[in-house]
Ligand binder design. Structure first.
Ligand SMILES: CC(C)(COP(=O)(O)OP(=O)(O)OC[C@H]1O[C@@H](n2cnc3c(N)ncnc32)[C@H](O)[C@@H]1OP(=O)(O)O)[C@@H](O)C(=O)NCCC(=O)NCCS
Length: 186
C-alpha cells in the first residue's frame, strides 16, 4: 500500500487515513447529501463510532489503496480502489466522496484525473470501474471528463433509502501493460 502522499495541487493531496482524522472525518461524512451517492457501508447519520470503525479498518480493507483527500491540511473526503481477485485480479472498482463544502469547484475531476492513472499503473490494472447511481449527475461527469466510457446500466440494481435505482457502469480499460499486449478473448 502506498504510504507516500500523492500530490494533486499545492493544498490538496491523497494520503493514508490516520486515527487523528476522526473529527474531520465525522464532520464531513455526517451529511445525508454525501452518503446518498455511495454504499450503505457509509451510513447516515455518520457517528463517531462509524468513523472509529472505518479508521480501524473494520469497514473496508485499508491495506488497499484507500486515501484521505487532504485539503488545507484536513481530511475532507476519501477515494479508494478495491482490486478484484483470482481471474478478476487485473480489474478493480473505485469510489470517492468529498465533503459538501468543497463541491462544485472541479476538485474531484482533478483528483480522479491523477488517482485513476496512478491506480491503474500501480496495481497493473487492465480495467478500472465505477458504478454511479442514476441521479448522480456530478459523479458521472467526473468520470466522463476523465476519459471513462459509459458501458451500460444495471437496471434496478440498488435499493437505497427505500427507493430502487439503476446503476450506470463506467470504465477505463487498456489491453497493454508496459508495452506488453495481453490477448483478449476474441
Ligand atoms: C460526486 C462528487 C464527488 C463530485 O465532486 P465535485 O468536486 O463537486 O465535482 P466537480 O466539481 O469536479 O464537478 C464535475 C462535474 O459535475 C458537475 N456537477 C457536480 N455536481 C453536480 C450536481 N449535483 N448536479 C449536476 N452536475 C453536477 C459539475 O458541474 C462538473 O461538470 P462540468 O465540468 O460539465 O460543469 C461530490 O458531489 C460528492 O462527493 N458527492 C457525494 C458522494 C458521491 O456521490 N460519490 C460518488 C459515488 S459514484
Amino acid at each position: 500500500m502506498q504510504r507516500h502522499p500523492i500530490d494533486i495541487a499545492d493544498n490538496i493531496r491523497l494520503r493514508p487515513w490516520r486515527i487523528e482524522d476522526l473529527d474531520a472525518l465525522v464532520r464531513h461524512a455526517d451529511d445525508a447529501q454525501v452518503s446518498r451517492g455511495v454504499s450503505d457501508r457509509f451510513p447516515s447519520p455518520y457517528t463517531r463510532a462509524d468513523g472509529e470503525s472505518f479508521l480501524a479498518g473494520r469497514v473496508i480493507d485499508l491495506e488497499h489503496p484507500v486515501f484521505a483527500i487532504e485539503i488545507d491540511g484536513e481530511a475532507s473526503g476519501g477515494i479508494g480502489v478495491h482490486p478484484g481477485r483470482g481471474e478478476r485480479r487485473a480489474s478493480a472498482e473505485f469510489g470517492y466522496w468529498l465533503g459538501r463544502a468543497w463541491w462544485g469547484r472541479g476538485l474531484m475531476t482533478r483528483i480522479v484525473g491523477v488517482f485513476a492513472p496512478w491506480a491503474m499503473r500501480e496495481l497493473r490494472l487492465h480495467r478500472l470501474q465505477a458504478g454511479v447511481l442514476d441521479f448522480n449527475i456530478g459523479s458521472a461527469r467526473v468520470l466522463l471528463k476523465n476519459g471513462f466510457v459509459e458501458e451500460g446500466t444495471q437496471r434496478c440494481a440498488v435499493l437505497k433509502r427505500e427507493r430502487l435505482h439503476d446503476l450506470r457502469i463506467f470504465a477505463k480499460t487498456r489491453t497493454r501493460l508496459d508495452g506488453e499486449e495481453v490477448a483478449d478473448a476474441s
